[in-house]
Write a protein that binds this ligand. Structure first.
Ligand code: FAD
Length: 458
């Protein structure tokens, strides 16, 4: 294949604005945010501005047999948007329009390059709410959120991205367009292709439009934070909150090492010997104070040494600050490998205890923040990148955490996806029959294996 011919063909279809060959720009688009995932050198970056232009790109890719890697904002944490040698990077940055917000139907129709926060703010201005809120919401795109089935802090009450995707427009590897799903609240016509595309990490098609469900704007929220002397007490309190019938709109956990890193980063008044920290929120407006008081009572009952209850938005923000500081607080400690295991809530104590043992066995620091209400933790292995032995131990510990999650009946990824980072473990979770079936699905959508071909599967 001649790259010049391919680029000429792409320029003819997309114009100069849509085709980038500047090596510096290509280089800056090779990776997402994952560490330890190799990235190749792309042949070209395309920025289509319409569904028809995406079709053009995929027809050209099929004709020339060139792989295509869809890219949103490249905030992914599994290498799923990384380039491979000679590929076409397909950026959705110019497909960034909100096409419709319907208060009557409670839906939004958007192009994939719309940034999550932009959509959230636009619907809020009309008294509506788009709940999926990954911490990357100010950067990440709706297309990327859909392709990774992104979660967020308020999933514990409202659900993940996939719970809000009603229908999609998708360009297939052949260049054909398929519309999946519906605008309506209900619908069971045929297989649920929408759900198949959700979480497919750009391997089945390029999402060019999404119809998303909205909810009415939530009421004002209040927050509570409780410190415990042990991990077990914090987890037990979280389980009791979830079992109580209360529906917190956020329930986050920080283990002792994470809490100490935050305290060292910024004085939050956390004691040195803190075992764990629980942060909860209720967004039921006038009833939030009563919910937060009930959560505080449960935490005290389960041995909290200190419980703080916010009485207004400002205090709530302060109590949430510790959670927001996790990433900046861990950064100065060394390189990080962020895991994403999820287990049934009943297995969380076993998970946390097992992670502590893995840290000791491999002589690495593992900090463990997480969305405890969903059983989805982010054990983060911290190590010295300049020490190859430490790096090797960190990788072993990372794998051991996933094996532990699987042994406890969980999954190796609650929200970040497989990408390149975790493809080694996918077979273990799916089993041979499940894996073979998934490969067959991929072959039906993409027989020439051109869409993100080096992701998901080994
Ligand atoms: C600071 C930080 C915080 C984060 N917090 C969270 C969090 O709370 N919850 C969470 O779930 N994740 C989180 N992430 C991970 C990441 O933000 C999410 O995975 C996000 O959904 C990726 O969106 P993106 O636009 O950056 O997609 P990219 O990283 O560009 O791509 C991700 C995947 O989507 C595919 N893709 C992108 N657009 C399309 C499209 N239009 N059609 C088909 N495939 C497409 C890509 O090929 C790739 O496989 C965080 C990341 C960072 C850096």
């Amino acid at each position: 294949m001649s790259t010049d011919l391919l680029i000429g063909r792409l320029r003819a279809g997309l114009g100069d604005k849509g085709v980038v060959t500047d090596p510096d720009i290509l280089d800056s688009h090779r990776n997402d945010h994952a560490t330890f995932c190799e990235a190749g050198v792309p042949a070209v970056l395309v920025r289509p501005s319409s569904t028809a232009e995406v079709q053009e790109v995929l027809r050209a890719a099929t004709e020339y047999g060139v792989p295509v890697v869809p890219q949103g904002a490249r905030t992914g944490l599994s290498g799923a948007a990384n380039a491979l040698d000679g590929c076409i990077l397909l950026s959705t940055s110019r497909l960034n329009r909100i096409l419709e917000i319907s208060a009557e139907d409670q839906i939004a129709v958007v192009q994939p390059g719309v940034v999550n926060a932009e959509l959230s703010r636009a619907v809020l201005a009309q008294g509506l709410f788009y709940p999926p809120d990954p911490s990357s919401w100010e950067m990440s795109t709706i297309g990327g959120n859909i392709a990774t089935n992104a979660g967020g802090l308020c999933c514990v009450k409202y659900g993940v991205t996939g719970d809000f995707v009603r229908g999609l427009e998708v360009v297939l590897a052949s260049g054909e367009v398929v519309r999946t799903g519906r605008r309506t609240a209900k619908g069971v016509a045929g297989y649920d292709l929408t759900s198949l595309i959700v979480g497919s990490e750009g391997t089945l098609g390029v999402v060019t439009e999404a119809t998303l469900a909205l909810r009415p704007e939530p009421e004002a929220a209040l927050t509570a934070a409780a410190t415990f002397m042990s991990i077990e007490a914090g987890i037990a309190a979280a389980a009791a909150v979830m079992a109580s019938g209360l529906r917190p709109s956020l329930l986050e956990f920080l283990d002792g090492p994470t809490a100490r890193a935050i305290q060292n980063y910024r004085d939050m008044g956390l004691p040195d010997d803190v075992g764990s920290l629980l942060i909860a929120q209720s967004d039921r407006g006038p009833r939030a104070a009563e919910d937060v008081a009930a959560i505080a009572r449960i935490c005290t009952e389960y041995g909290a040494v200190e419980v703080a209850e916010a009485s207004d938005a400002e205090e709530s923000k302060m109590l949430l600050e510790a959670r927001r500081l996790v990433n900046p607080a861990l950064e100065p400690l060394g390189a990080t490998l962020i895991d994403d295991v999820a287990v049934p809530r009943s297995k969380l104590v076993a998970l946390l205890q097992g992670i502590a043992e893995i840290g000791t066995k491999y002589d690495v620091l593992i900090c463990c923040p997480g969305h405890v209400g969903d059983g989805n933790m982010h054990p983060t292995v911290v190590f010295d990148r300049n020490d190859p032995a430490a790096e090797a131990r960190a990788l072993e510990a990372f794998g051991a955490v996933m094996n532990l999650g699987l042994a406890l009946g969980g999954t190796i990824t609650g929200e970040h996806g497989i990408g390149k980072l975790k493809s080694r473990w996918l077979a273990q979770e799916l089993g041979p029959v499940g894996l073979a079936l998934q490969r067959q699905v991929k072959a039906v959508f993409d027989p020439a294996n051109l869409l993100n071909p080096d992701k998901l599967f080994l």
